[in-house]
Design a protein around this ligand. Structure first.
Ligand code: S3P
Length: 448
């Protein structure tokens, strides 16, 4: 992805957010749809794919390994993606380094893909991704026989030399990570025998659902020690027609904006409501948010509904730590909701925030403090004292640190601030939500 120049944006209150918005396709599901389609024998079609930089990095890497991936434009702007897969075991040696940009999901899942193929690939990424820990994926994949040479600290750039046939393993996840779980399961696809992952704490289960849809022999067992996911290797995947639901992690920004800006009333169309992703909705409801689900349905094997959010007074809560895995990407915007609640919100139990696209505890502490919101830092979260619905002071420039969710969260905070909030670099939003600012303009009637 060509690096774009920093794009500062100043956000000031624009009044209520009203009307209808459609969020882009789910990022997690989009990555998986491309990867599994690239491993199927034949042509898959994907509707609603997220066309953000992260997912495009996955597409480029899969093309470099032999898959044919094209976008058919239907003239309405919403294209269908067509993927001609190479079959499990059929990936080719890439001739270039795989540029993962900002995307941890692309990196860890593709490491798993390569680990059981007879190919060698080098992974590179931007400054944010190159600071993130990869040992968590390296460790199980090395047990399966892959030879992985990483930069100091287990970081990118790194090189994976796959082993074929690889060795099936039984692996208990030491950290709750859907990326690591998925990396091992994906490596297991081309590994003779049964590869098992035990997850003591349930994480997003899109890989399990979609691999089953593609015809892999995959079982999930709920035990006292957690979920045991077993995949039978040397799988043959059948091509699919996939519809990607809207991303609840993108809907999160409108759920919070609608809750905190007086007079707001937003309908968010087609939001994925997989229970492993809905922690923020549960937390906001505990705070008193007015969120209703309309027309619940199933799309592509995932629960989906429209959501209506109306402005409501929020009250501080102690966020139940067991919600953390199902809202891990939503803490930055939850912290913003807490800044407008009455009282002292305590959100802990989320150590993993330290190793996301930025250290999201430190980044949001700095950002909210600069905007005049009293915060206290813990190793695993923040305590935040809210305004009970009043505007926050604002008047600061926010360092977004190549982190899309910090940028969008602080843009939401600026919608109810006494003085403007400046996002130093809004370009990272294109990793997950390229149309974010255009949708904000539409919801506030600022369209030109
Ligand atoms: C993802 C899993 C989560 C999440 C990330 C996407 C996925 O990461 O934070 O944005 O698609 O599997 P971890 O699995 O590292 O928690």
């Amino acid at each position: 992805m060509p690096p774009s120049l920093p794009a500062p944006i100043e956000i000031s209150p624009r009044g209520a957010l009203t009307g209808r918005v459609r969020v882009p396709g789910d990022k997690s599901i989009s990555h998986r749809a491309l990867m599994f389609a690239a491993l199927a024998v034949g042509t898959s079609r994907i509707e609603g794919l997220l066309e953000g930089h992260d997912v495009l990095a996955t597409a480029a890497a899969l093309r470099a390994m032999g898959a044919t991936i094209d976008r058919d434009d239907d003239g309405t702007g919403s294209g269908t993606w067509r993927v001609d897969g190479v079959g499990v075991g059929g990936l080719l040696q890439p001739e270039i380094a795989l540029d993962m940009g900002n995307s941890g999901t692309s990196t860890r899942l593709l490491m798993g893909l390569i680990a059981s193929h007879p190919i060698t690939a080098t992974f590179v990424g931007d400054a944010s991704l190159s600071a993130r820990p990869m040992a968590r994926a390296i460790e199980p994949l090395a047990r399966m026989g892959a030879a992985i040479t990483a930069s100091p600290g287990g970081r990118l750039p790194l090189m994976v030399r796959g082993l074929c046939p690889a060795i099936p393993i039984n692996y208990t996840l030491p950290v709750a990570s859907a990326q690591v779980k998925s990396a091992v399961l994906i490596a297991g696809l081309n590994t003779r025998g049964i590869t098992r992952v035990v997850e003591p704490v349930a994480t997003r289960d899109h890989s399990e659902r979609m691999l089953t849809g593609f015809g892999a022999a995959l079982t999930v067992e709920q035990t006292n020690h957690g979920r045991i996911i077993s995949i039978t290797g040397e799988a043959e995947l059948a091509p699919q027609a996939i519809t990607v639901p809207g991303d609840p992690s993108s809907a999160a920004f409108w759920l919070v904006a609608g809750s905190i800006v007086p007079g707001s009333d937003i309908r968010i169309a087609n939001v994925g409501l997989n229970p492993t992703r809905t922690g923020l909705i549960a937390a906001l409801r505990l705070m008193g948010a007015d969120i209703t689900e309309i027309d619940p349905r199933t799309v592509g094997g995932e629960p989906v509904a429209d959501l209506r959010v109306r402005h409501a007074p929020l009250t501080a809560i102690e966020v139940p730590p067991d919600l953390a895995p199902s809202m891990i990407d939503e803490y930055p915007v939850l912290f913003v909701a807490a800044a407008f609640a009455a009282g002292h919100t305590l959100a802990r139990g989320a150590h993993e925030l330290r190793v996301k696209e930025s250290d999201r505890i430190a980044a949001m502490l700095t950002a909210l403090t600069a905007c005049g919101v009293p915060c206290e830092e813990f190793p695993d979260g923040l305590a935040i004292t809210g305004t009970a619905g009043e505007a926050i002071p604002g008047g600061a420039t926010i360092a977004t640190l190549l982190d899309h969710r910090v940028a969008m969260s602080m843009a939401v905070a600026g919608l109810h601030a006494a003085r403007p909030v400046t996002i130093d670099d809004a370009s990272p939003v294109a990793t997950s939500y390229p149309g974010f600012f255009a949708s904000l303009d539409r919801l506030t009637g600022d369209e030109t």
